[in-house]
Structures are given as C-alpha cells and as structure tokens.
Write a protein that binds this ligand. Structure first.
Ligand code: DX5
Ligand code: ZN
Length: 218
C-alpha cells in the first residue's frame, strides 16, 4: 500500500526555493503542498501568488494549494492561474460550502475541503460526492512543526467510511505533524496523501525521508 507524499514548502528555505523545489522534483514526492495563510483565518501569514508562480515555474508535480484564508472564493481563479492543480478550502472559512466547491471546480482545479481538529467528518455529508479531496488537519492550522494530534487517526477512518459508504472518489489527505513515526498508522487508516513539512525539510536526507514516508506501510 503506497501513499502520495506532499512535502510542504512552508518549511523550505525560501532563500533557496528553486534548489528545494528541484530536490522535490528528483524525489518520490508526487505532490507539492503549498500553504497560503492570510493572518486572519489563522494567526500566521505565509506567502501568496508570486511564490506559487515561482514554484510552478520550476516543477511539473501536482501543486496542492491549501488555503487558510477567509472568503477564499475571492481568489480561486487567481490561484488556478498561478498554477494550482488542487485547491483546498476550510469548512469554516466559507458561508456557502456547496457553492464554493462548484466555483473551485469551474476553474478546472480539483476541489478539497479541510477539517480542523475540532470539526467532525459529518459536516461533509451533503457535499462528499462533489469532492476530490478531504483534508484532515492533524494539527491546528497556522504553523509548521507542531505535534501530531492522535485523534486524527480515527478521523481518517471516519472519512474513509463516509467516502466508501457514499461511493465518493475523494482522496484523504492528512496534514500536520506527520513523519516516519506515524505515517504507517495513517496509511492503514485509509490516508491517500500525507503532507510533511518539518519532517522532510528538517531531515539530513530529505529525499530518503520522503521515500520512507511513502513506503511506511510496506
Ligand atoms: C499547517 C500547515 C501544514 C504544515 C505542515 O497549518 O497546513 O501544511 O506546513 O507542517 P509540518 O509537517 O511541519 O507539521
Ligand atoms: Zn497545509
């Protein structure tokens, strides 16, 4: 059972971003996870369109854009034009979730919805058939390098159950505090995509760490 690894460039060296993206290009990571934080939905500010465009210029990998932004509908087309392949929004950040998902899909991007640690999977019941991705947050959003919240493993099982019982084809992505120590249990619970920031970019051998996360359940 293999998983897609999505290294989060939030933990990359921004002074050497091209070098770090080229390292990912040579690695077994299929996706690159790009965290957009607006200082309002979450307490932190990360980066915006110019950085996404710069990453896009140097990679053919799937650009997986995670919007921690209030009223993200304002920016879907702009993120798509800047290179997003997948656009994920937070359940709490939009007033009309069904409409927002349709708006993402209208740009041609895949659509995901993220669930904070305190948000149950059941909020997705009425929209699960529309989704390409369910993002289970395994830390409170806002910062890299936080401790994994262990309840997230059950949340992945719950998401898996909802997806299978409804015939949805959504992938399950898990984000926050993931590394070689906990990848196996998440894959076994049903995760398809694992985000890793600190574990990859804080490693002495990032390409090896990516490979170890990818093959953690074998
Ligand atoms: C947190 C972000 C994560 C973060 C993960 O708000 O959504 O994608 O970059 O970083 P690590 O793997 O260091 O927890
Ligand atoms: Zn993220």
């Amino acid at each position: 059972m293999s998983v897609i690894v999505a290294p989060s460039v939030l933990s990359a060296d921004f002074g050497n971003l091209q070098r770090d993206v080229e390292m990912l290009n040579n690695s077994e990571a299929e996706w690159i996870h790009i965290d957009i934080m607006d200082g309002s939905y979450v307490p932190n500010i990360s980066f915006g369109f110019p950085v996404l465009k710069a990453i896009r210029k140097h990679t053919k990998k799937v650009c997986d854009v995670h919007l921690m932004v209030v009223q993200p509908e304002r920016y879907f087309q702009e993120f798509r034009d800047a290179g997003a392949d997948v656009i994920t929004i937070h359940h709490e950040a939009v007033t009309h979730l069904d409409s927002a998902i349709h708006q993402i899909k209208a740009t041609g991007a895949k659509a995901g919805v993220a669930l904070n640690p305190s948000t149950p999977v059941s909020v997705l019941k009425e929209v699960i058939h529309l989704l390409d991705l369910v993002l289970v947050m395994s830390v409170n959003p806002g910062f890299g390098g936080q401790k994994f919240i262990s309840n997230s493993v059950q949340k992945v099982r719950d998401a898996n159950e909802l997806i299978h019982s409804t015939g949805s084809s959504a992938l399950i992505e898990v984000d926050g505090g993931i590394g070689t120590n906990n990848a196996k249990q998440l894959i076994e619970a049903g995760a398809n995509v694992l985000v890793a920031g600190n574990a990859v970019f804080g490693s002495d051998d990032p390409m090896l760490t990516i490979q170890q996360i990818k093959n953690a359940a074998e």
